[in-house]
Design a protein around this ligand. Structure first.
Ligand code: ADP
Length: 190
């Protein structure tokens, strides 16, 4: 199995690249943000809980996110591998993911990370906010809070995977195709 953590700050382009990579490598793409938004749209209990955090640019509590992620993995017993997009975002989530995959006799193959400067991120997210309908993209304060949360809680995961020799960073600025090529080079080297 090939299990990838697609990593990078908000607005780095994870969703765009995941769509390409899942076809190319025949992997199941799980985006925690997409699952939360699906639940918000369908007014589920999980959706209303998640919305209260997401609208402020905060993380949804670990327990809630972990249960949701675990259920998504279990929906795909025949997967050839997974692209985890937006997960893990905390060290606790990374530790649980390790156990969860070990139970399935597999592991994370690599973290592939998109590296993009903060000011580029803010501009991209504000632009996306004009059409995405996402409340968390419409407000510069919320965007800056998401980036702050990324540095405070999520960025340490780079070290977590570096220690396991699994971190592969690529430049996230350029054309979609060029960035796919950079990520593919990292994945093909595994
Ligand atoms: P972005 O576009 O900022 O990368 P996502 O679409 O992945 O964001 O997620 C949107 C929001 O959903 C996040 O800002 C956060 O509130 C919540 N969320 C997504 N994944 C997680 C996670 N693993 N842990 C906690 N909260 C999460």
């Amino acid at each position: 199995m090939t299990n990838l953590v697609l990593f990078g700050p908000p607005g780095a382009g994870k969703g765009t690249q995941a769509e390409v990579l899942k076809e190319k490598y025949n992997l199941v793409h799980i985006s925690t943000g997409d699952v939360f938004r699906f639940n918000i749209k369908n007014a589920t209990e999980l959706g209303s809980l998640a919305k209260s955090y997401i609208d402020k640019g905060q993380l949804v509590p670990d327990e809630v996110t972990i249960n949701m992620l675990s259920a998504e993995v279990d929906k795909n017993p025949d997967a050839n591998g997974f692209i985890f997009d937006g997960f893990p975002r905390t060290e606790a989530q990374a530790e649980v993911l390790e156990v969860l995959l070990k139970d399935k006799e597999t592991e994370i193959s690599a973290m592939v990370a998109l590296e993009v400067d903060d000011e580029v991120l803010v501009q991209r997210l504000l632009n996306r906010g004009k059409t995405s309908g996402r409340a968390d993209d419409a407000d510069e304060e919320v965007i800056r809070n998401r980036i702050k949360v990324y540095y405070n809680e999520t960025a340490i995961l780079k070290e977590y995977y570096q220690k396991q020799n699994k971190y592969h960073g690529v430049d996230g600025v350029g054309s979609v195709g060029d960035i796919t090529d950079r990520l593919s080079a990292a994945i093909d080297s595994l």
